[in-house]
Design a binder for this molecule. Structure first.
Ligand code: ZN
Length: 206
């Protein structure tokens, strides 16, 4: 009974950690398969792109908060920075061990302290929101990418730019963001012809 209690205590306190096995991570991944939906059009953007009153109010509020200096970067930007930490860890491991001992990553490989990858993550990537879940697609040492199942992959990454046409096709052409931009700039666009007409009339009357 005492041994059982000690075992339970160790497991709960994280003292006892099962050895990490890389075997499941060494299966070959298909690099020419279709981009998964969670990468192509992530849930975060599915929610925020929708033209709804809630999203429109949110877009106006975020612009106002940004204008008055109340808000920092959006959650997806912060998540992309965390993905950069993972990419840096991959670079360090490649430089140190010349090859990666795994073919894909997930949260277990990143956050388990017994994982051989853990020591290369400095600082350890944090999860921007509870929905964040890090994964990878394709060859991590080459044409693949690290991404978050909720926020997607960095818009400035080589992978994104190489697949931009596919990413663009998956996302609606007109989003809540676009509508708010239009509502803000429409008055400016309308006033320009009026100014032009007034100036033209003034010049002609001279
Ligand atoms: Zn995320």
């Amino acid at each position: 009974m005492l041994r059982l209690l000690v075992f339970l205590f160790c497991c709960l306190s994280g003292v006892c950690q099962a050895d990490f096995t890389l075997e499941p991570y060494q299966t070959q991944v298909a690099s020419n398969s279709e981009l998964p939906a969670e990468l192509l059009y992530p849930e975060y953007f599915r929610r925020t792109d929708k033209i709804s009153l809630k999203n429109l109010v949110g877009e106006f509020r975020s612009r106002f908060e940004f204008f008055v200096g109340l808000v920092g970067e959006p959650a997806f930007r912060s998540c992309f920075k965390m993905q950069a930490r993972i990419n840096k860890g991959i670079e360090r491991m490649l430089a140190s061990e010349s090859r990666l001992p795994f073919n894909y990553i997930d949260d277990a490989l990143i956050y388990n302290q017994s994982s051989p990858f853990f020591e290369y993550l400095r600082p350890v990537p944090l999860k921007t929101t509870d929905d964040c879940s890090f994964r990878s697609f394709g060859d991590l040492a080459g044409s693949g990418t690290v991404y978050c199942a909720y926020h997607g992959t960095d818009f400035s990454s080589r992978f994104y730019l190489e697949h931009q046409r596919e990413f663009d096709a998956a996302r609606p052409a007109f989003t809540a963001f676009d509508l708010v931009e239009l509502l803000i700039f429409l008055p400016t666009l309308l006033i320009i012809p009026v100014i032009w007409l007034v100036l033209k009339k003034a010049i002609l009357n001279k």
